[in-house]
Design a protein around this ligand. Structure first.
Ligand code: NAD
Ligand code: TYD
Length: 359
């Protein structure tokens, strides 16, 4: 029988948002959790050292596309939910090599849906009613907004522009179809850009911070006036926990912090914080390192989330402001340069050099 004490199976729990979800889980809910992660370049078990020895925590290294493995985990752990975060997540990588994005994000989600459906078929109706599949997605499925357009609502049409966004939109549509066709109990969240500690330094904030700390040029794509709607990762982790408990199957919820910022402003804020935290740095003022570079192909101009539904129906609200979240983030990267060195060595560096050369 499924109870509140039954485990949740998390995919991608060693990634950026997944790590925060797992850490948040054990500091709030604390019931058993199984973390299935392939440990690609983006997965890092060190993120999870604070929970590694807890009796309720289980780590399994494996691929979401491995149906036999997923079946085995479902039978062994009898989870009450799957929280699906595993994905290839970086737009620039998807432009260079879209295949892995389609395989992981679309086919991987399909395998999980089918394994969960087979598992549900074996449950009695009480347990079936308790099971949830929380599909974690992005606002990028909605495409790009023009200045003055209303922020994305759950009902907006999908207009993905990058291979990453298209692969996530496809996975969202699979989840929707499984809900409609099979009564599959899925809840979907579409969140805006996350930032915070433990983010792999290929995404804007950690990339800028690490380059600025070392006095390297700060690449600003195009005119830098693209707008992103930033949410502190801890607030996203909390939103996912609440969506798992209160989200209604068949519903989607937009998650965001009403925090639109032009990239230039975000980079300038980071530089100002570094100037403050590193008064003796030879690279001050760090903003002088900014360098306009060729724009990303198909670069989405503006993302903005209308999070009214999540606030009203889930009772969730972000706790951090952009000012407080940025301070925490800059402090964390300054204090954790060893982490950065570790994750930027090896596979990631090779990939960067092959595809981008030195910049
Ligand atoms: P991430 O790239 O930091 O982590 C992804 C994790 O998935 C890694 O630990 C990786 O090892 C694992 N993984 C990749 N392929 C796998 C596979 N085939 N099998 C098992 N594990 C695999 O990503 P993130 O930024 O933490 O994003 C997590 C989820 O949230 C993704 O689904 C992403 O689309 C979504 N999302 C991200 C953001 C953001 O700003 N980062 C915003 C909204 C939604
Ligand atoms: P990114 O962190 O890659 O997230 P996403 O593409 O999913 O929004 O990029 C955030 C914004 O920053 C996006 O408009 C692209 C821009 N950007 C730069 O200007 N320079 C960079 O080096 C990177 C990585 C991103």
């Amino acid at each position: 029988m499924l109870t509140h004490e039954s485990p949740v199976l998390v995919t991608g729990g060693a990634g950026f948002i997944g790590s925060h979800f797992v850490l948040d889980w054990f500091s709030t809910v604390g019931t058993p959790l199984v973390n299935l992660d392939k440990l690609t370049y983006a997965g890092n078990l060190r993120n999870l050292l604070p929970v590694a020895d807890l009796p309720g925590y289980h780590f399994v290294r494996g691929d979401i596309r491995d149906r036999e493995l997923i079946d085995r985990l479902m039978n062994e752990f009898s989870p009450r939910a799957i929280v699906h975060l595993a994905a290839e997540s970086h737009v620039d990588r998807s432009l260079v090599g879209p295949g892995e994005f389609l395989d992981t994000n679309i086919h991987g989600t399909f395998v999980l849906l089918e394994a969960a459906r087979a598992y549900l078929d074996k449950l009695d109706s009480d347990d079936r009613a308790k099971f949830r599949f929380l599909h974690v997605s992005t606002d990028e499925v909605f495409g790009s907004l023009k200045p003055g357009d209303a922020p994305f609502e759950e009902t907006f049409a999908f207009r993905p522009n990058s291979p990453y966004a298209a692969s996530k939109a496809a996975s969202d549509l699979l989840v929707r179809a499984w809900g409609k066709s099979y009564g599959f109990p899925a809840v979907v969240t579409n969140c805006s850009n996350n930032y915070g500690p433990l983010q792999f330094p290929e995404k804007l904030l950690p990339l800028i911070l690490n380059r600025a700390i070392h006095g390297e040029p700060l690449p600003i794509y195009g005119d830098g006036l693209q707008v992103r709607d930033w949410l502190y990762v801890g607030d996203h982790a909390a939103a996912l926990r609440v969506a798992l408990e209160k989200g209604v199957p068949g519903q989607t919820y937009n998650i965001g912090g009403w925090n639109e910022q032009a990239n230039l402003d975000t980079v300038q804020m980071l530089c100002a914080l570094l100037d403050e935290f590193l008064p003796n740095s030879p690279h001050r003022p760090h903003a002088q390192l900014m360098k306009f570079v060729t724009d990303r192909p198909g670069h989405d101009r503006r993302y903005a989330i209308n999070a009214t539904k999540a606030e009203r129906e889930l009772g969730w609200r972000p706790k951090e402001t952009f000012a407080s979240g940025l301070r925490k983030t800059v402090r964390w990267y300054l204090d954790n340069q060893a982490w950065v060195q570790e994750v930027t060595s090896g596979a990631y560096r090779e990939w960067m050099e092959t595809n981008y050369g030195a910049r």
